[in-house]
Design a protein around this ligand. Structure first.
Ligand code: SF4
Ligand code: SF4
Length: 305
């Protein structure tokens, strides 16, 4: 099993487009593929696969522990605040503690140390995980989608549950490849996803914004010691200078996908680009997508040679 993360510092660079078409390419080669949508604040891989309605998927609710303080029982001893590592409990001396929920990791330690049973365990909905086998023409792959509920902030908790689910699923499905579509940016959700992967495919575009944010994801990957490979999307829109990008960041540009209106047409029609009937038999954009798949297969082979 190889877990490959598709990432991209900036939103809108085409990371989901690459992740979906790469997963499909591998599936067309008779590989057993799971695509994981780890952009849990804005998942949309299902839409690119032509499945707009997540209610058709098998789903599981994810809830999380939230401590509530019982004012009648609390003796204001402060022990809960002392043990809370992310400092999610704030207490003024001789006052009932206050919870800063955004910082709480739901570890339940405060509940366990409270000597007076003054913490009421409550569980609030956090999001959902969806799962479905998707068929596109005569190709199929499994799709797992994580979704954080609106108003919630602890995306990492959804990701942790997704990877636990992956462990169980893989025990029976024995996937050849897991392709993960991470969130944009270079924050802790993205770091979590990158850390689980063997290497990172960074999708960007040749613009000042694209290259600026690409450098952030390259730095993050370097910090967590994952190799990176760059995919230049919409490569023909500018000739923005890349200077010594590859050398300075110890990376390689493995594919350049030209700007292609037919990609937009495939979006509009809800057909994955790999399966979209093109005006020409072999467009350069489709060849570029296939070359990414070939790179991944070749890389797996070289791992075992
Ligand atoms: S559950 Fe853990 S992180 Fe949350 S408030 Fe309690 S001790 Fe702190
Ligand atoms: S540990 Fe329990 S009793 Fe002590 S301050 Fe916290 S909630 Fe109150």
């Amino acid at each position: 099993m190889q877990i490959i993360s598709v990432s991209g510092g900036k939103g809108g660079t085409g990371k989901t487009f690459v992740a979906v078409n790469l997963a499909l390419y591998l599936a067309t080669k008779k590989k057993n593929v799971l695509l994981m949508d780890c952009d849990v604040e804005n998942p949309n891989t299902n839409i690119l696969l032509g499945k707009t309605d997540l209610s058709e998927f098998e789903s599981a609710e994810i809830s999380h522990f939230v401590p509530k303080f019982d004012e009648n029982k609390c003796t204001k001893c402060g022990k809960c605040a002392q043990v809370c590592r992310p400092h999610a409990i704030f207490q003024i001396i001789n006052q009932i503690p206050l919870l800063m929920q955004n910082l709480c990791t739901s570890c339940e330690l405060c509940y366990r140390v409270c000597p007076d049973d003054a913490i009421i365990p409550s569980y609030e909905p956090l999001g959902k995980i969806y799962l479905k086998t998707i068929r596109v023409q005569d190709t199929s792959l499994d799709l797992m989608v994580g979704e954080l509920s609106v108003g919630q902030v602890q995306a990492v908790k959804i990701l942790e549950r997704m990877y636990k689910k992956l462990e169980k699923l893989n025990a029976t499905h024995k996937y050849d490849y897991i392709i993960t579509d991470s969130a944009p940016g270079a924050h802790c959700d993205v770091e979590f996803v990158i850390k689980q992967s063997k290497y990172v495919l960074c999708v960007t575009e040749p613009t000042p914004f694209g290259i600026h944010d690409l450098k952030r994801i390259l730095e993050l990957s370097n910090i967590v010691q994952r190799n990176t490979f760059v995919i230049m999307n919409r490569a023909t829109i500018t000739d923005y200078p890349l200077n010594n990008l590859e050398k300075d960041h110890n990376t390689h540009i493995i594919a350049s996908i030209p700007y292609d209106l037919q990609i937009m047409e495939s979006y509009a029609q809800g057909i994955p680009f790999l399966f979209y009937k093109l005006a020409e038999e072999k467009s350069s954009s489709k060849i570029a997508i296939e070359s990414i798949g070939q790179f991944v297969v070749q890389k797996e082979k070289s791992t075992y040679d």
